[in-house]
Write a protein that binds this ligand. Structure first.
Ligand SMILES: Nc1ncnc2c1ncn2[C@@H]1O[C@H](COP(=O)(O)OP(=O)(O)OP(=O)(O)O)[C@@H](O)[C@H]1O
Length: 287
């Protein structure tokens, strides 16, 4: 897959090849009190790193803080319009490409970070703009940055991406409402990858996708990791993905990190009741 913006000078984001791409250090994140709701601590003292070219998984029960972790480490929370419902780092630190996210981040640095970071939220498939075709949706991020980008190169890039997410070329002219939810999810992933990010933060990227297409996505993530050095943090309950794509998996429970290991080792781990339950449920295929 070609990277359309190789020449973009990211001087502020220069780091050595071994520096972590993502880092949480004793990270505590809260949602401020609003209305009748008191302050809520969503993550409490979480520490881990993701190295360049490493794919780390995240599992945990509903409400354990997975999406909050993704919103914070992707820096998405820095540009949330409604500050009343945005998470706030109240302890420790989170770093994206070595940029501390706790304090103020300049608009320019935030734009640089967002250029290098693909964030695929849980509802990404629902957020595809209804009035554009798949081809337009995939080309948009590139044309927003360079209106005069060569249309033939763009067309090839978009078609390659669509193929990589296991979608037929006939989908290029389709509108989102004409696609199944699994196909929309794949278009959302393709769009997240269109600028050739250095890191992907994805919240349940294979939800609603059939087994064959899932395997194609696993393969795509492995290829991007091995050939382009893509780093990723992937929230997922897809055990095949956790086994075949991630090197380590973070287990969250009520905002705390209760395990960090290869998935098969986590499933053997009995040091926390959540991990014991996870291991016991594995045969049923759910996490
Ligand atoms: N805007 C908000 N204001 C207050 N509390 C919130 C807000 N968003 C999430 N929370 C709370 O923070 C905690 C962590 O939520 P989060 O969405 O990160 O969990 P999750 O593990 O991703 O859950 P799920 O698997 O259901 O998506 C939950 O208790 C949730 O209710």
């Amino acid at each position: 897959m070609t990277r359309p913006f190789n020449r973009c000078g990211m001087m502020g984001l220069m780091q050595s090849a071994s520096d972590p791409v993502l880092a949480a250090s004793d990270l505590t994140v809260s949602y401020p009190a609003h209305g009748a709701s008191p302050e809520h601590i969503a993550l409490d003292g979480v520490t881990f790193t993701v190295a360049p070219g490493e794919i780390v998984g995240v599992i945990g029960e509903a409400g354990s803080g997975k999406s909050t972790l993704a919103r914070v480490l992707s820096a998405e929370f820095k540009s949330t319009p409604n500050k009343k419902v945005a998470p706030v780092i109240t302890g420790g630190e989170a770093r994206l490409f070595d940029t501390p996210l706790r304090g103020r981040v300049s608009k320019r640095r935030l734009a640089e970070l967002q250029f290098r970071t693909a964030f695929l939220p849980q509802d990404a498939a629902m957020q595809l703009p209804a009035e554009y075709t798949v081809s337009e949706i995939l080309g948009q991020p590139i044309l927003e940055r360079d209106k005069r980008f060569d249309r033939a190169v763009l067309g090839r890039h978009v078609a390659t991406l669509l193929d990589a997410v296991h979608m037929p070329f006939s989908a290029l002219e389709a509108y989102p409402f004409e696609l199944s939810s699994g196909q929309r999810q794949r278009v959302a992933l393709a769009r997240a990858l269109v600028l050739g990010p250095r890191v992907l933060i994805a919240d349940e990227p294979t939800t609603g996708i059939d087994v064959l297409a899932r395997e194609a996505l696993h393969e795509l993530l492995r290829t991007l990791r091995d050939e382009k050095g893509l780093a990723a943090l992937v929230i997922s309950h897809d055990f095949a993905l956790l086994r075949h794509v991630t090197s380590r998996v973070i287990a969250l429970h009520r905002g705390g990190l209760v395990g960090l290991d290869a998935i098969d080792s986590l499933l053997q781990d009995r040091t926390h009741p959540y991990l014991s339950a996870l291991g016991a449920n594995e045969e049923g295929g759910t996490a």
